[in-house]
Design a protein around this ligand. Structure first.
Ligand code: GLV
Ligand code: MG
Length: 312
């Protein structure tokens, strides 16, 4: 699995931002040809993106291009020009506004042809779920291609699609007094992703000056189990990486559970045992594995280790 705690959106029409993105600590950078690029700038943006993929230094980052959605006149040429021009530098193509499985099948087929024609390595797909229809079809979308790596929530387009009564992306709509208006949507996407071993990524938070707001909204998705979130500005990158990594305390605890459980099940041959005041068993090991894997991927180092009990 590629790291995607912070997925930086960079308009393909802005060479200065593309240059700057290379020096930021985002796990993923996606160069955008869709909604951050004006119609009149679409063709030039394609050229910028190919040049940036060829000449830029993207070492250590997951590198993605978002093409235009399938209702436009641009999509086929976006895919052909970008993949023929720099497919060997690309990890994934992101397809926005995916409404049903056929959209993903279309992209899979086109990628297969271009890869064959040019002897390119295999390119993955990220699918944005950003309409009521996309969400209703999300289970079928999630199995539409084995190139799929992530399902990505697109909150702005989604809120427009369902008529949510607010313009502030990611925040609770005024008048909705109870609960979280996004809970069902996030959970629906997360279930489809997890049922098919895909990552689940939350979309943008547009109030880029409000880093606390970003942390709050990102924390909501992270708490449910999402793997990462889009970031639009350098100030959000660090916050995103932090929110989607386990805390030092949780990481240490997870490693401790793994070590203790390994010791008790193999040396003492017991299945459910006490670790301090906590009972741990096979299910605890599974939860600990997830947290430990995220912590290791985030580069956390252990602050304490398991001490074997001394024999009486
Ligand atoms: C992202 O594409 C969004 O619509 O929020
Ligand atoms: Mg969108």
């Amino acid at each position: 699995m590629r790291a995607r705690r912070s997925c930086l959106a960079v308009p393909g029409s802005n060479p200065r931002f593309i240059e700057k993105a290379q020096g930021l600590a985002a796990d993923e950078v996606f160069l955008d040809l869709e909604d951050s690029v004006a119609p009149a700038a679409k063709e030039k943006a394609r050229e910028n993106v190919v040049a940036a993929l060829r000449d830029g230094d993207w070492t250590g980052k997951t590198i993605v291009v978002r093409v235009n959605d399938l209702t436009t006149q641009w999509t086929y040429r976006d895919v052909i020009d970008v993949v023929e021009g720099a497919g060997d530098r690309l990890d994934c193509v992101m397809l926005p506004k995916v409404e049903d499985a056929s959209h993903v099948v279309w992209l899979d087929t086109l990628l297969t042809q271009i890869e064959k024609a040019h002897g390119l390595p295999r390119i993955g797909i990220e699918a944005q779920i950003e309409s009521a229809r996309g969400l209703v079809n999300v289970d079928a979308i999630a199995v539409a291609s084995d190139r799929l790596e992530t399902l990505v929530f697109g909150p702005a387009d989604f809120m427009a699609s369902i008529g949510m009564k607010t313009l502030v992306v990611g925040e609770q709509p005024p008048g909705y007094g109870e609960g979280d208006a996004y809970h069902y949507i996030l959970m629906r996407i997360l279930m489809a992703a997890r049922a098919n071993d895909l990552q689940a990524i939350d979309g943008p938070y547009l109030q880029i000056k409000d880093v606390d707001g970003f942390r709050r909204v990102a924390g909501r998705a992270a708490a449910l189990g999402f793997d990462g979130k889009w970031v639009l500005h350098p100030s959000q990158v660090e916050a995103g990486n932090e929110v989607f990594s386990p805390s030092q305390e949780d990481y240490d605890h997870a490693e401790l559970i793994l070590e203790a459980y390994d010791y008790y099940t193999t040396v003492e041959r017991r299945g459910a045992v006490m670790l301090g005041d906590e009972m741990i068993d096979e299910a605890s090991r599974k939860m600990a594995l997830v947290v430990a894997a995220k912590g290791r991927a985030a580069g956390l180092a252990r602050a304490r280790t398991f001490e074997r009990p001394t024999m009486e």
